[in-house]
Design a protein around this ligand. Sequence first.
Ligand SMILES: Cc1cc2nc3c(=O)[nH]c(=O)nc-3n(C[C@H](O)[C@H](O)[C@H](O)COP(=O)(O)OP(=O)(O)OC[C@H]3O[C@@H](n4cnc5c(N)ncnc54)[C@H](O)[C@@H]3O)c2cc1C
Ligand SMILES: *[C@@H]1O[C@H](CO)[C@@H](O)[C@H](O)[C@H]1NC(C)=O
Ligand SMILES: *[C@@H]1O[C@H](CO)[C@@H](O)[C@H](O)[C@H]1NC(C)=O
Ligand SMILES: *[C@@H]1O[C@H](CO)[C@@H](O)[C@H](O)[C@H]1NC(C)=O
Ligand SMILES: *[C@@H]1O[C@H](CO)[C@@H](O)[C@H](O)[C@H]1NC(C)=O
Length: 628
Amino acid sequence: MHINFQLILLLSVTMTHHLTLAQTCNERQLPGPTLVDMCGESGMLMSFLDSFVRKNEKISGICERVTPIETPDPEYDYIVVGGGAAGSVVAARLSEISHWKVLLLEAGDDEPASAQIPSFTTDIEGSSLEWGYLTTNESHACLSTNASCKYAAAKALGGCTVHNGMIYLRGNPTDYNNWVAMGNEGWTWDEVKPFFLKVEDNGEIDRVGRFWHATGGPLFVERSRYQPPFTDSILRAAEEAGFGVSEDLNGDETTGFAIVQTTSKNGVRRSSATSYLRPIRNRENLHISLNTTVTRVIIEDGKAVGVEYFKNDEFKTVRALREVILSAGNVKSPHILLLSGIGPKEHLESMGITVVKDLPGVGSNYHDHPYFMLSFTINENDVYDNDWAVAAEYLAFQTGPLSSYGIAGAIAHIASTATTPDYPDIQIFSAGYQADCAPGEIGALRSTGRRTVTLSALYLHPKSRGRISLASNDPFESPLIWGNFLSEPSDVVGILEGINIVLKLTNSNTLRSHNMTLSMSILEACRGYTFATTEYWKCALHQAVKPVGHGTGSCKMGPKHDAMAVVDHKLRVRGIKGLRVADTSIMPQIITGNTASPTMMIGERVSEFIKESSGLSSESRMGVVPTK
Ligand SMILES: Cc1cc2nc3c(=O)[nH]c(=O)nc-3n(C[C@H](O)[C@H](O)[C@H](O)COP(=O)(O)OP(=O)(O)OC[C@H]3O[C@@H](n4cnc5c(N)ncnc54)[C@H](O)[C@@H]3O)c2cc1C
Ligand SMILES: *[C@@H]1O[C@H](CO)[C@@H](O)[C@H](O)[C@H]1NC(C)=O
Ligand SMILES: *[C@@H]1O[C@H](CO)[C@@H](O)[C@H](O)[C@H]1NC(C)=O
Ligand SMILES: *[C@@H]1O[C@H](CO)[C@@H](O)[C@H](O)[C@H]1NC(C)=O
Ligand SMILES: *[C@@H]1O[C@H](CO)[C@@H](O)[C@H](O)[C@H]1NC(C)=O
């Protein structure tokens, strides 16, 4: 290791932060994975950075963390299952009513400090924070990985907002109007927009404007504080190739390339739990129990009266006097319903589960955004984007390459010929220049080859539908997850159009001046086709397309006449009293964008529905921004 001036700077930064930390939180342990766990043995930089980030209040928020309870009380008014994108919102909003006693049960632990650094996003995605789900039984996608796709989902307070790409997109107004056309009253864009605004605290309100955006909500959003110069080349190429550049894909111009906003504040990730739960950590009527896995809902006389959970090697139960809200995500919410006897009758019987309510739609309608990644080399040395100087800058100021996610902020929404110009169906996202695992030395090379960047083509309006079903009645055995991706030919066509957009972009003079060259190994199964022809890409899609992590639809909302609907428009489980589902699983059709903030909107909506139905006056229901 080279002891150099950067190291000395780093140490001095740490010393100052040590002094500013309150004694009590200084002692506090935060869970892993650490940067060393994620990066492996890659030199001293990672272990230094990890321990300094933990001790840095501005980054780890170590003094503002929630204090979980060890053992829940015997009963609560409301029980929220899962503290992810939606569940954190629901727990915070319901506990605003001081005479309601609320319990939040989360299977995972608190957020690791390492997850707070934006540039480590893909590393934390692949870490031990994952549930480790795999899809099975694919016939049209993921064929190169044994007909099985990775299904990314985080097990931690904050759910997938702890390891996701932080991209802040809210979907297209048409998405929500379509939900209403399917029979779901109350979900038009005009009706959901106030709830998006309620979530939001926009750090750039002057740039994005108050028609589409708001300040004062719990979720801070901003543009990354650092953009690699290559991002600018992508935007210039977009102008040149005729795709256009949008100032704000959440605003008037819903198509074109843009630098999107991210769910971060001053260069540090903001999960749903950070945003909604940390500010109210002293609220006495909210209990949070971590490492607590709910195994079923207890139903008596057609009403949910509590849940069974597993914690510290023991099964226990807790009663709910009013309602149980499942926010366990697209895999676990249907899983818990099935384990509780709510689902397709024959399937439950074949698994030896007593049928409580025959609800054929539980687990069906599962879908996600499928995408295909194209890799390119450019004429630059393959230098590590992280080093001692970069790390020191981040620790001191939360600026520079570690405060961003490389070129991943550059995203396009484009309408293919299959849709209308105001309802884009293709997303292009970028990756490269990520300041993550690195040995430390300035100028160190990752390889002797050229630098790689990737552009991915994602289809926003997939028609393929899969299913989540039980593998057994053991609550700890993962359910069978069948994505059935690319079974609908229009999904294949959509991604092919996306590939053409990427190639048109990279053929621009701007990107050609970087000598941007397609660089992908030819897939064994596609050797029969000429590389980079449409026939080749078609073959390659079935081999290598993946779901992006926006799993949706497995407990869909729908009207009474839709036999496959699981919840109604107020997110109440059909035929069971006192039980709602609120997370991505209720979306009848996936939205045109990334799904985290729409899921937080769903959390806001259900909280309002619950407050309404409890007979509280509209003044006392008025959501106040969570403060102490
Ligand atoms: C790799 C990846 C990248 C993504 N990138 C983006 C992005 O850039 N922008 C964006 O908007 N969206 C992104 N998303 C999607 C977004 O994060 C998710 O759609 C969103 O978090 C889903 O919210 P949820 O509340 O439905 O579930 P989750 O956030 O998954 O929360 C569910 C919670 O329930 C807990 N739980 C599960 N089972 C139980 C149980 N039995 N008992 C107790 N607790 C349980 C889980 O541990 C988890 O904390 C990404 C997702 C992934 C996976
Ligand atoms: C491939 O999948 C099948 C069925 O899902 C499984 O039995 C087999 O072990 C898998 N093989 C590998 C190499 O993962
Ligand atoms: C959760 O479980 C892990 C592993 O057993 C343990 O190290 C950690 O302290 C637990 N966290 C809480 C909040 O109970
Ligand atoms: C497996 O796929 C077939 C069609 O390819 C489908 O009919 C079947 O239901 C799937 N099985 C599961 C368990 O999802
Ligand atoms: C452009 O990139 C290709 C592929 O890496 C390389 O073979 C070629 O020499 C490069 N040309 C220039 C001018 O750098």
